[in-house]
Design a protein around this ligand. Structure first.
Ligand code: SF4
Length: 281
């Protein structure tokens, strides 16, 4: 059965996602921050984590953004193949929602129209939209507000198959080491392993939207996640880069089959303000 979805619903939902995600960190991220503070053994790091928690409380209470960098809007849109959109073009409906969300939420407009000419578009559009067709008659939208302090420290590399698990872990840890304080730690690390050049990067970005406590289903990938996270925290970069036990809260790896000759690896870093919200329509 085909289900009709009015694109006005899409616009409204996206607008609300923009405002909610930038004002309130998801409960799993807030919990991770709290638990890190409880466990932290370095006094200065503990104090910084306390300040970050206080910042969250103030943002929620006063309805102000968690961070001044309210990000570039990146959306993952899963469309049930039994959905028929009525109204306008669904892409335009999403951009309208972002425009309205950033306007009504008093969020910083951070997008320039041309990478070299650098003129601000004035409304934080265009957003980056990834579509996927899925079974069913629903639409699932995940919105992320990606800050570029951490985006700028992300990397993609084309490893050789012989690099193996150790090569994967070394590249991820080295990416975090090079990021140092610039990515606003504590971090969440999204990793895309396999596929091709662009799919690895897309998986890495999507991995940032997973619940903090989620672990990979495959045992060998789960082992790499845990060991890499352990090595990252052993770097002692710490909150705000001022040393401490908490350099990263979580590390998620998404994988996809790849070519016999290669092993693409993308590492997308997100700061402690890992903002994402989802809705079903
Ligand atoms: S990287 Fe994150 S915490 Fe740092 S300025 Fe950007 S959004 Fe804010």
């Amino acid at each position: 059965m085909i289900r009709e979805v009015d694109t006005m619903l899409i616009t409204k939902a996206v607008k609300e996602l923009c405002i909610k995600a930038t004002h309130e960190l998801s409960p799993d991220m807030a919990k991770a921050l709290h638990e890190a503070r409880e466990k932290e053994t370095k006094p200065l790091a503990k104090e910084i984590l306390e300040q970050l928690e206080e910042n969250l409380r103030i943002a929620k209470r006063e309805r102000i953004p968690i961070c001044q960098d309210t990000g570039m809007a990146v959306l993952f849109v899963e469309v049930g193949q039994d959905v028929h959109f009525v109204g306008e073009n669904v892409g335009e409906a999403i951009q309208k929602g972002v425009r309205a969300g950033y306007e009504e939420g008093y969020l910083r407009k951070s997008v320039v129209a041309d990478p070299l000419l650098r003129e601000n578009t004035g409304d934080n559009t265009p957003a980056i939209i990834h579509y996927e067709l899925v079974p069913g008659d629903k639409v699932h939208i995940t919105f992320t507000a990606k800050g570029f302090g951490s985006e700028n420290m992300s990397r993609i590399c084309m490893l050789k198959p012989a690099d193996g698990e150790e090569g994967v872990m070394e590249q991820i840890v080295e990416t975090v080491r090079l990021a140092g304080p610039n990515a606003c730690p504590p971090l969440v690390i999204g990793v895309g392993l396999g596929g091709d050049f662009e799919l690895a990067a897309k998986m890495a970005k999507h991995a940032l939207t997973l619940p903090v406590t989620e672990r990979a289903a495959k045992p060998h990938i789960r082992r790499i996640e845990e060991e890499t996270l352990r090595r990252i925290n052993a770097l002692q970069i710490g909150p705000a880069g001022l040393s401490g036990d908490t350099t990263a809260f979580a590390l998620h790896i998404e994988t996809y089959p790849t070519h016999i000759a290669g092993m693409p690896l993308a590492v997308n870093i997100c700061c402690h303000v890992n903002r994402h919200e989802s809705v079903w329509i």
